[in-house]
Design a binder for this molecule. Structure first.
Ligand code: ATP
Ligand code: MG
Length: 394
């Protein structure tokens, strides 16, 4: 029924030069999203509009689903486009549209026409009235409702005529690639995939770093993180994922430091290593799934202690979110079922029974001094032996 989609996008914040950058990135992201979809497509951009055209047979459902994951898209409107050949032809095309898209329908409608082509002999008021009359005649079940119509029928007369009435919501946000790059600390939990999704939604390109501790954490736990990255990549695009072997560092900290400070010190080393990779790839910030008070390592005191070792800004999109709200988003973006698979990504022997909730920075720094040069060696080795993979959506 449709070969063409009109892509609507937000206008806020894309004035002047930015608009160009935004539109080009959006076209690029749309093309990327459509690659795995059955069919061939042409994406074009014309005077504040983006169109997606199917060039042959294609899968409608798959296409709409792929488009509904492109950040920056506000709405996807399946559309007919016909030649401009005067009012009689227009009326006939509009009637065909209504009959085909809404067969035997008892719905209310309103016509909203726009005449960008001022050479067209009628103004938009006249077109609305005349088309409305023709539809009433031809579709006996239909009636007009100008306030709350079931069908808002848009007719745009440009060099060609656009006819559309359906609007499928897009995810909103900004196209990935318009806001720089950030390094996500990605674990197998519920929070960090959601945090990554939210940052990508602002147009940020994300990379990720995962710390595992084999043999204390399993191969399956690592696979779970890769699976989560694949799901996040449906929206964010491909994610470069660093998998850091953290075992020796954890064992050494466990050996040398008071156990109630373990988590904080470990998290400080995670941040340092993630920042190393972030700077290598010119990331402008780190991203975590932390939220105030969720666990001992996420009190304001603990966050301050973790933050202290970072020189890049640390973005925490979930900072004020309740767990339930985070879960709701993870369900919506489809990471929840994977996140709750029972594979620990941080072995329980490394978690203290009574971790500090108000770490004193001087105490933490003193404990870290016990680690001496050996820790630098271990960090260096962990960085050198890091496995890096490019994770793409499936
Ligand atoms: P999540 O549900 O994302 O695992 P969490 O509630 O379990 O979060 P923590 O384990 O305290 O919280 O971790 C806080 C944040 O630190 C995570 O959201 C994530 O950004 C990062 N993080 C924790 N563990 C790891 C890990 N093994 N590898 C990479 N990042 C991690
Ligand atoms: Mg976790």
């Amino acid at each position: 029924m449709f070969r063409l989609f009109l892509i609507k996008y937000g206008e806020i914040g894309i004035k002047g030069k930015n608009r160009h950058v935004f539109e080009e990135a959006l076209v690029r992201q749309i093309e990327h999203a459509l690659k795995p979809v059955e069919g061939e497509f042409a994406v074009s951009q014309e005077r504040g509009r983006i169109y997606v055209e199917a060039l042959g047979d294609y899968d409608y459902e798959e296409t709409v689903q792929a488009l509904s994951r492109v950040f920056g898209i506000v709405a996807i409107c399946p559309m007919w486009q016909v030649e401009e050949q005067g009012f009689e032809q227009l009326a006939s095309d509009v009637l065909s549209y209504m009959k085909e898209v809404y067969p035997d329908s008892r719905k209310s409608f309103k016509v909203s026409s726009r005449r960008a082509n001022k050479a067209f002999p009628m103004d938009s008021q006249e077109i609305n009235a005349e088309l409305g009359g023709r539809i009433l005649e031809a579709c006996p079940g239909m009636h007009v409702d100008v306030h709350h119509p079931d069908i808002m029928l848009y007719v745009e007369i440009r060099s060609k005529v656009n006819i559309y009435s359906m609007s499928i919501p897009g995810p909103g946000g900004m196209p990935v690639g318009t806001a720089g790059r950030a390094m996500l600390l990605l674990s197998g939990g519920i929070d960090s995939p959601v945090a990554g999704h939210m940052i990508a939604k602002r147009g940020v390109t994300i990379e990720a770093t995962y710390f595992h501790a084999p043999p204390y954490t399993s191969e399956r736990a690592k696979q779970k993180v890769v699976d989560l990255a694949k799901i996040v990549a449906r929206y964010s695009g491909p994610i470069k994922l660093n998998i850091v072997n953290f075992t020796d560092i954890q064992l050494y900290i466990y050996d040398q430091c008071p156990h109630d400070e373990l988590t904080i010190i470990m998290r400080r080393y995670m941040m340092r290593i993630a920042e190393h990779f972030a700077k290598e790839d010119k990331c402008l910030g780190l991203v975590t799934g932390e939220s105030i008070g969720q666990v001992a390592s996420q009190t304001m005191h603990s966050l301050a202690a973790t933050n202290e070792v970072c020189t890049l800004p640390v973005y925490r999109p979930l900072i004020a979110f309740d767990k339930n709200d985070i879960i709701a988003i993870s369900e919506k973006i489809d990471t929840y079922e994977t996140s709750i698979q029972p594979y620990e990504d941080c072995c329980t022997i490394f978690v203290a029974k009574h971790p500090v909730t108000k770490p004193n920075l001087n105490v933490i720094r003193r404990s870290e001094r016990h680690l001496e040069e050996k820790i630098d060696e271990l960090v260096k080795t962990a960085i050198e032996t890091t496995e890096t993979i490019l994770v793409e959506a499936e």
